[in-house]
Design a protein around this ligand. Structure first.
Ligand code: ADP
Length: 191
């Protein structure tokens, strides 16, 4: 099977984490989630984690150098990977360009950007619901949730044009059952 590098894209609450788990199993990919990596740093109380915690709890983006550095370490640590699934990264144009540079050096460019499309009202509902049932403090306040969505619209959503320009954007309806959405994603990957 050919090597695949997938950017799983979409606003906070679109279901990237949930769907990543299925795609990792099906395609044997290495899952790289900057949100998970940052939360692990916070958990371990590293200097990076302490710095990131404040930014994350306000709903803003952590600095590009921080997340780019984390991703680079992970790519370097997995030379045997069949491919990667990037979840929550890139989130800015600078991150997308840095990622393209890194992958170009190892000859494994992004194959596709799968963009989960979900409208704002549904996102807020899902995130606040997750906040009520999970330990994620950034999901508990409607103000922080709305800030994260606003950050997405301003800084992250423009990346769709970046990948569209490379002919790699595939829009996927992100509303439906988990299985429906997995089916749509695998169709877009296989097709
Ligand atoms: P969600 O997509 O539900 O917001 P994530 O776990 O992907 O959840 O991200 C949580 C927070 O971590 C973000 O609000 C942001 O502060 C920070 N973060 C994660 N990935 C990045 C990134 N690539 N660039 C900047 N900040 C990031």
């Amino acid at each position: 099977m050919s090597k695949r590098n997938i950017v799983l894209f979409g606003p906070p609450g679109a279901g990237k984490g949930t769907q990543s788990a299925f795609l990792v199993k099906r395609y044997g990919l290495v899952h790289l989630s900057t949100g998970d990596l940052l939360r692990a740093e916070i958990q371990a109380e590293t200097p990076l984690g302490l710095q990131a915690q404040e930014v994350m709890s306000s709903g803003e983006l952590v600095p590009d150098e921080v997340v780019v550095g984390m991703i680079k370490n992970r790519i370097d640590a997995s030379p045997e990977a069949q491919g990667f699934i990037f979840d929550g990264f890139p989130r800015t144009l600078a991150q997308a360009e840095a990622l393209d540079n890194m992958l170009q050096k190892i000859g494994k460019p992004i194959s596709v950007m799968l963009s989960l499309e979900v409208e704002e009202q549904e996102l807020v509902k899902r995130l606040l619901n997750r906040g009520a049932t999970s330990g994620r403090t950034d999901d508990r306040s409607e103000e922080v949730v709305r800030k994260r969505i606003a950050e997405y619209r301003a800084k992250t959503e423009p990346l769709k044009s970046y990948y569209e320009g490379q002919g790699k954007l595939r829009k996927i309806d992100g509303v439906g059952t988990i299985e429906d959405i997995t089916r749509r994603l695998t169709k877009a990957i296989d097709g």
